[in-house]
Ligand binder design. Structure first.
Ligand SMILES: NC(=O)c1ccc[n+]([C@@H]2O[C@H](COP(=O)([O-])OP(=O)(O)OC[C@H]3O[C@@H](n4cnc5c(N)ncnc54)[C@H](OP(=O)(O)O)[C@@H]3O)[C@@H](O)[C@H]2O)c1
Length: 332
């Protein structure tokens, strides 16, 4: 049996959902949910069921406050670790590492750890919208419909009160106060934008126009490297509650030249009936499975990865639908 996966922040709004998705995908996989509050983590572990335990961690320590005999198969960091001790811990032990909460303007320290020890461990940078689902969906439908991609715009549309847990709220406060700019690519030029340049009109799945705000997420850099697209952005918008429980929309809009040589516009809507943490958690769980080599392919070698370099987009779309995500496409 594999050593357990250490889910740092596994008791949080996203972390508990990553644990639940992983339990559904891999009933026998041992999980350890970690946070500062052991009782909270134990309660979530009991609810997740199967071989799931809880542990208290201290991220300010290089050993994370864990016993020297503790052994894991991967470290999945579902929070912003301001010390990066979790990355050093994983690299030092040759364990796969998943980074989930770094915006595009703050990945420098993680990159430097990789540069210092590229042979030590696989590191997946997953600071993408909805845990990489937006990038993977865009790549899947771009390949299906287009031979040349000109632009990709991703949008998350969420309930007005869906702000994630305290860690998510702290991340957004850090963003607004310290670096209120978003990275976009416009006509081939990389730009950090704010104010009106960072605003975009988004049409939600009911056809209502919403005001979206661009965010500095990693999808734009992934998609710029993986496609020909000269214009790229990711926005978030809120809408009124549906009144029928939480719901999250991912809207993917792609334009370019179709396989028949005609100009095409593709719009794809993915809808999940939960807070946005669940779609994100599905992304993190599918990536964790892949990092562990549990999807029929060998575990990745040490290296630096983005979701599209590890996961096959079509397979991810199929598995998301098995997990209850609805997909609707419009091509014109
Ligand atoms: N890439 C994406 O798609 C994506 C999507 C959504 C969210 N996120 C990111 O995911 C993170 C978690 O969001 P959330 O909404 O789940 O927040 P949350 O509910 O506050 O969860 C945070 C988790 O981390 C633990 N934690 C917080 N500070 C800690 C510390 N210093 N040491 C050890 N454990 C600590 C918490 O447990 P204790 O309180 O017991 O310590 C809890 O388990 C945020 O950073 C957010 O930005 C990323």
């Amino acid at each position: 049996m594999k050593n357990p996966v250490l889910l740092l922040g596994g008791s949080g709004v996203v972390g508990s959902r990553v644990a639940r998705t992983l339990r559904r995908l891999q009933p026998e996989l041992p999980l350890v949910l970690a946070g500062r509050d052991g009782a909270k983590a134990a309660a979530v572990a009991a609810e997740v069921g199967g071989p799931t335990t809880a542990i208290v961690v201290d991220l300010s320590r290089e050993d994370l406050g864990l016993e020297p005999v503790a052994a894991f198969s991967a470290v999945v960091t579902l929070l912003k670790d301001p010390w990066l001790n979790s990355l050093k811990y994983a690299q030092g032990r040759g364990l796969a590492y998943l980074s989930f909460a770094s915006f595009a303007f703050e990945i420098g320290p993680e990159l430097a750890h990789y540069v210092q020890g590229p042979e030590r461990a696989p590191i997946l940078m997953l600071g993408h919208v909805f845990g990489g689902i937006g990038t993977l969906a865009a790549l899947h439908f771009a390949r299906e419909f287009l031979k040349r991609v000109e632009s990709i715009a991703l949008a998350g549309v969420v309930d007005p009160d869906d702000q994630g847990g305290p860690a998510s709220q702290a991340d957004f406060e850090r963003l607004v106060q310290q670096f209120p700019s978003a990275l976009i690519r416009h006509d081939g030029l990389w730009r950090w934008v704010e104010g009106q340049d960072a605003v975009r009109e988004i049409v939600d799945v009911t056809g209502v126009k919403r005001q979206g705000q661009a965010l500095p997420l990693l999808d734009v850099v992934s998609l710029a490297a993986a496609t020909d697209a000269k214009s790229l952005r990711v926005d978030f918008a809120a809408r009124e509650s549906t009144g029928q429980g939480p719901s999250t929309e991912l809207i993917v809009e792609i334009a370019g030249e179709g396989h028949d040589g005609e100009r095409k516009q593709v719009r794809v809507e993915l809808v999940d009936d939960d807070v946005y943490a669940r779609l994100s958690a599905h992304g993190a769980a599918l990536a964790t499975e892949r990092l562990l080599g549990l999807t029929g392919e060998p575990a990745p070698a040490p290296g630096l990865y983005h979701p599209e370099s590890l996961l096959e987009p079509g397979q991810v779309l199929r598995r998301l639908q098995e997990l209850g995500v609805r997909v609707r496409r419009v091509v014109s």
